[in-house]
Design a protein around this ligand. Structure first.
Ligand code: G6P
Length: 611
């Protein structure tokens, strides 16, 4: 939800900020803007993408060693030039970039309007920058004091950077609920919503915590709280490879990330499974392992694709570890009054580690003394820091807004946790554990084979690129895969898609089936195979178009379906990891053929830091 970048140092700020904003475009791409200082304020903004901003700025003055830039995901006000950040205060004393939401903005706006302030945008951010200026001018205080006072008056979430035209030698950054990272260079500092704009300049970073405020000059950084208490900054070393955030020859990040899955799953498993398959060790869970094994109930929470991974987890935990599991949308869970017990364990699943609803649910659970674990991809993210313990997925940066490799990495981690608990509880025998682990290790090879079918999947996509609706059906472990397949299609191709448990078809969706309705069955040879074959017959009888994901060598479904995509045989509980791959590819190709922006679908953002 909005990406922000700031720079202060000896280099030219403009190229650093523009490159950084491009890296952060996954967070929003409704508008972009930049503020620089060359003895006067240079402010450029534009509706659209960072490249549109570059066009506007092409022959303008960009000479500056300090600057702030923003790429927006609209919350308050439509995406246009005046709503674009940076926002400037009425008397031009302050410029501000902001990621988050100021909840009490309308009350503050009214007060400022009563005192003569005029507003030129519909944004909450413009209210904040004017509030800072108002306090600064009325109180005759310095910029830091004015910002601190303003932040103590706002309710909401922010990751922000402020520049004061009277104090052009510094940037002031602050955070509450929206992420902010500061890169520490030699005589220069980089500020960004995540580390991707920073990594090519330095791998020394400071992650701001909620209520932190950094006062940053070329050669000096002071860290305080917004209550003016001094803090000692902790500098961490980033373990991120710049090569991981390039497309590396692929047309889109999404395709690259789909193809990366054999490696990303291997990275998720690496170092955690003993060479003889006799043991799985997740270092981040050592301290809570006894609690996990004794847990009466596990509650998995997440949003979007991470929630789907949780659903897969539910089936796996119940089957392998015989623990009762609930899977909750974080956004619902946090606003209910859930009944939680001391021996419950909550596992929060999040690629970004920043999703506002998931974070709020974690905080609520912690207040009730429940142990909360995290499964996150982004190292150093807020969720990874606020949970009691956790496991990183190690899938590497996921840039495509539609989640692919993060999903399979999350499912891999959940599988490892379930295997550990099942083994310890003896709900699975040692022999079975060894066999299951062996099979898990082989999943990357099986995915390689599925990826070889990319051309076949592309050909199938050609036939369905003009569809307006579609249904995805699966049973058991493959029901969440149906949901995920449908989500992938709708988010990047804008084709309406519904996922259902296959048996539920007869309770409603079957009414939709005619010769124009594509129905995707995830129907590998598992426990529910015979039943799903019957469901396929039911669709065929109504002339629906059938695309089936089947186990290699399946002749039965081949006779019934219009298209089959084969996946190598594996154990039932691992089939989500293989069967989701063709669905990702199918959505990808359909979206490309429809001319959609696959990596940055309309209205979506990768990291949702608003509620
Ligand atoms: C957004 C993204 C999805 C993602 C969801 C949850 O909606 O577009 O791809 O699944 O947020 O994000 P998280 O980072 O918590 O997994």
């Amino acid at each position: 939800m909005c990406g922000i970048v700031g720079y202060i140092g000896k280099q030219q700020a403009y190229p650093i900020i523009i490159t950084g904003l491009k890296r952060l475009e996954y967070r929003g791409y409704d508008s972009a803007g930049i503020a620089l200082w060359n003895n006067e304020l240079l402010l450029y903004k534009s509706k659209g993408r960072v490249s549109d901003l570059e066009t506007i700025v092409a022959d303008q003055d960009t000479q500056s060693n300090v600057g702030i830039g923003h790429t927006r995901w609209a919350t308050h006000g439509e995406p246009n030039d005046s709503n674009a950040h940076p926002h400037i205060s009425m008397n031009k004393k302050f410029v501000l970039i902001h990621n988050g939401i100021i909840e009490n903005y309308s009350r503050l706006k009214k007060r400022l309007t009563d005192r003569g302030y005029e507003f030129y945008s519909e944004t909450d951010t413009e209210v904040l920058v004017n509030l800072i200026e108002y306090i600064y001018l009325i109180g005759k205080v310095d910029a830091e004091t004015a910002i601190r006072a303003a932040l103590n008056k706002v309710v909401g979430a922010y990751g922000l950077v402020v520049f004061c035209t009277d104090e052009p030698d510094k940037l002031i950054a602050a955070r509450k609920s929206s992420p902010l990272v500061i890169g520490v260079g030699k005589g220069e500092y980089f500020i960004a919503s995540d580390a991707t704009p920073i990594i090519e300049h330095t791998n020394s970073v400071i992650y701001l915590n909620d209520n932190d405020m950094a006062i940053i000059k070329k050669c000096e950084l002071q860290l305080k709280t917004i209550h003016n208490e001094e803090l000692i900054p902790t500098i961490q070393t980033l373990d991120l490879d710049i090569g991981e955030i390039d497309k590396q020859g692929f047309d889109h990040f999404m395709l690259k990330e789909i193809f990366e899955q054999p490696r990303s799953i291997m990275d998720t498993l690496r170092g955690r499974i003993a060479p003889d398959n006799a043991d799985i060790r997740l270092g981040g869970l050592f301290a809570v392992m006894d609690k996990l094994v004794d847990a009466k109930r596990i509650i998995l929470i997440g949003c979007g694709t991470s929630w789907h991974a949780g659903l897969v987890g539910e089936y796996i935990f119940e089957e392998l570890a015989r623990i009762s599991v609930e899977v909750e949308y974080a956004s619902e869970f946090r606003y209910r009054n859930p009944i939680l017990h001391d021996d419950d364990i909550i596992i929060a699943i999040s690629q970004s580690g920043e999703t506002a609803d998931t974070l709020a649910a974690i905080r609520m659970a912690k207040e009730q003394n429940v142990t909360v674990l995290g499964i996150c991809n982004a190292v150093g993210s807020t969720i990874s820091r606020e949970t009691h313990a956790g496991v990183y997925t190690h899938a590497g940066p996921e840039i495509g807004v539609a989640s692919t490799k993060a999903f399979t990495a999350q499912v891999s981690v959940l599988t490892m946790i379930a295997l550990i608990i099942g083994h310890k509880k003896k709900t699975i025998s040692t022999a079975m554990f060894n066999q299951m682990v062996d099979e898990l290790r082989d999943i990357p090879n099986k995915i390689e084979k599925i990826l070889e079918r990319n051309d076949l999947i592309k050909n199938i996509a050609k036939e369905y690129k003009n569809a307006t609706n579609s249904i995805y059906l699966g049973r058991g472990y493959l029901f969440p895969v149906a949901l995920e397949g449908a989500l992938k299609l709708k988010e990047i191709s804008y084709i309406h898609a519904e996922g259902y448990p296959a048996a539920e078809m007869k309770h409603g969706p079957i009414a939709l089936i005619d010769e124009n309705m594509p129905v995707v069955f995830i129907a590998t040879k598992d426990n529910g195979y015979e039943k799903i074959v019957s469901n396929i017959q039911e669709v065929k009888a109504r002339k629906g178009k059938i695309i089936a994901i089947v186990t290699e060598g399946d002749e039965t479904i081949k006779q019934l379906a219009d298209h089959v995509i084969e996946v190598p045989e594996t154990m039932d509980f691992l089939a989500p990891l293989t069967t989701v791959i063709p669905l990702q590819l199918l959505s990808y190709h359909i979206a490309v053929m429809r001319g959609c922006n696959v990596d940055q679908p309309r209205n979506l953002a990768k990291s949702v830091t608003v509620e």
